[in-house]
Write a protein that binds this ligand. Structure first.
Ligand code: MN
Length: 490
């Protein structure tokens, strides 16, 4: 899917320097795009489009970028000086993500060769400042990345931004299928679906659980056999209850059919509405998440959508991204951690070991014992992300966490589990999270970074709150107070 998108490289210049300089600029821009593509650090292709010298060229380029589905963003750079008034008409109508790569063709200043001709050709240092001013003046959301374009770290940052921009493209086309409504009386999983569609493009709609039950009835034994074989390849099977696992396969096939028919890449359900179903989907939801579908429990369509978006952003990366819930704390001094899990539905993409299918009773939902995947989450740095509706606007909260191998085996806990320390510490991290209004449901990712979520939120035009090792509850409270005022004025 990342391969379906490309980024357009637009280089600013002007007619002042004559055709020889412009030819050199164009040749170098093409060379840079080709070399960065060949370098293998970027998840999507860069396409050099034009050396922009006039208002008309910029406007034409932006018009094309806006309507081209393959174009997931525009990357600009000024090899020479490019007077910015000629960018105003185009940039003010730009609807695609925008990155200003403040770089330079040559790495070093050539001591002996440098003269005024060299200076006129290589003046990104002030050309990029003129270019930056107009985006600042226009209040455009944009990413600024500075450094030498061949530098791996620079290409890595550009690649990470590309992934965030793909998250924008995916978001704009995302459809979420809700099976049943929100869990009764729960507040944080509610939200304004009209505002969500305006801001993010999410089409969030409901389908009857009865239709899902009918679709399940129509699933054939042969279809179930085939999915069972896939389960056995991917997972260990510890359960002695084959029929319960087959029932999850039936649920998975039916949900997938309904989602694929409607072009949905995310779904939510609730244990309070399982009309006509014998088990709460566990393994079924987990294996759908493993295939890239976003999921949210208890009707939480916001976390379902965020999980789908973040899975798309991190496509092909090794860490994994999952629906998660802070469940229980270990508060012993010096050992503090948070235990994350869910009733059933954690994505096996984050598993440290081969997940095991088990069948156990579930105290909630009043249905038969559901099959589910049991595993431990992997160790490593990660983030947890929560989108909340503040009334009039959305707030995206992102916290840095450090996951580690669970220090206990918890033999009587038959669900997937992850243990982590939130930043800056368990207690201060909880205080920050609760102060910001973060939900119990999150999307946990080992691949997506806080910088990418900040970029995504900026491109989406929503508030972003980052809780990191440098956060304190007091500072955060002051920041939130000021942000609240600022967002009311926008
Ligand atoms: Mn939950």
């Amino acid at each position: 899917m990342l391969k379906d998108f490309e980024f357009w490289f637009v280089v600013g210049s002007q007619y002042l320097y004559g055709p020889k300089v412009l030819d050199t600029v164009a040749a170098r821009a093409a060379e840079m795009a080709n070399a960065m593509n060949a370098g293998g650090k970027l998840p999507c292709k860069i396409v050099y489009k034009v050396t922009a010298k006039t208002n008309g060229e910029v406007t034409e380029l932006v018009r094309e970028a806006n309507h081209n589905d393959r174009c997931a963003g525009v990357i600009t750079w000024c090899h020479t000086f490019s007077p910015s008034k000629m960018w105003i008409n185009g940039l003010s109508m730009l609807q695609k993500p925008y990155c200003h790569l403040a770089t330079q063709y040559g790495e070093a200043i050539p001591n002996a060769q440098i003269d005024m001709d060299f200076m006129n050709l290589n003046q990104a240092a002030h050309g990029d400042r003129e270019h930056g001013f107009i985006a600042a003046r226009l209040r455009l959301p944009r990413k600024v990345i500075a450094g030498y374009w061949k530098d791996e770290a620079v290409q890595l940052r550009l690649g990470n931004w590309m992934r965030a921009a793909v998250g924008v493209a995916v978001s704009r086309n995302l459809r979420v299928m809700r099976f049943g409504d929100n869990m009764r009386e729960v507040a944080v999983t509610e939200g304004d679906k009209v505002e969500a569609q305006i801001k993010f493009g999410w089409q969030v709609n409901t389908w009857p659980v009865g239709t899902l039950a009918e679709t399940m009835d129509a699933v054939t034994e042969a279809e179930i056999d085939s999915l069972m074989a896939e389960y056995r390849r991917a997972y260990d099977v510890a359960a002695n209850n084959e029929q319960a696992i087959r029932y999850q396969a039936r649920e998975e096939i039916a949900m997938k059919k309904m989602m694929d028919e409607q072009g949905c890449k995310a779904f939510s359900n609730t244990f309070q509405d399982l009309y006509g179903m014998k088990q709460l989907p566990g393994l079924a939801s987990q294996h759908l998440m493993a295939q890239g579908y976003g999921y949210g429990g208890e009707g939480d369509w916001k976390v379902a959508a965020m999980t789908a978006v973040m899975k798309a952003m991190s496509e092909g990366q090794p860490g994994g991204t999952a629906f998660m819930e802070d469940y229980t704390y270990h508060l012993v001094k010096g050992e503090e951690f948070s235990l994350g899990a869910h009733m059933l539905e954690v994505c096996p993409s984050i598993a440290a070991n081969k997940p095991r299918i088990e069948v156990h009773p579930l105290g909630i939902g009043d249905r038969e014992d559901p099959a589910r995947l049991v595993f431990e989450g992997r160790a490593g740095k990660a983030i947890v992300v929560s989108m909340v509706d503040m009334g009039g606007r959305f707030r995206l909260i992102c916290q840095d966490i450090e996951c580690f191998k669970p220090p206990m085996d918890m033999p009587n806990l038959p669900v997937a589990r992850v243990t982590w320390r939130p930043m800056p510490s368990l207690a201060a991290g909880i205080e920050c999270w609760i102060t910001a209004g973060g939900a119990h449901h999150t999307t946990l990712s080992y691949d997506v970074t806080a910088e990418q979520m900040r970029d995504w939120a900026a491109m989406m035009g929503i508030e972003f709150v980052h809780i990191s090792k440098d956060s304190t509850p007091e500072k955060l409270e002051d920041d939130l107070f000021l942000k609240d005022l600022a967002w009311k004025l926008r």
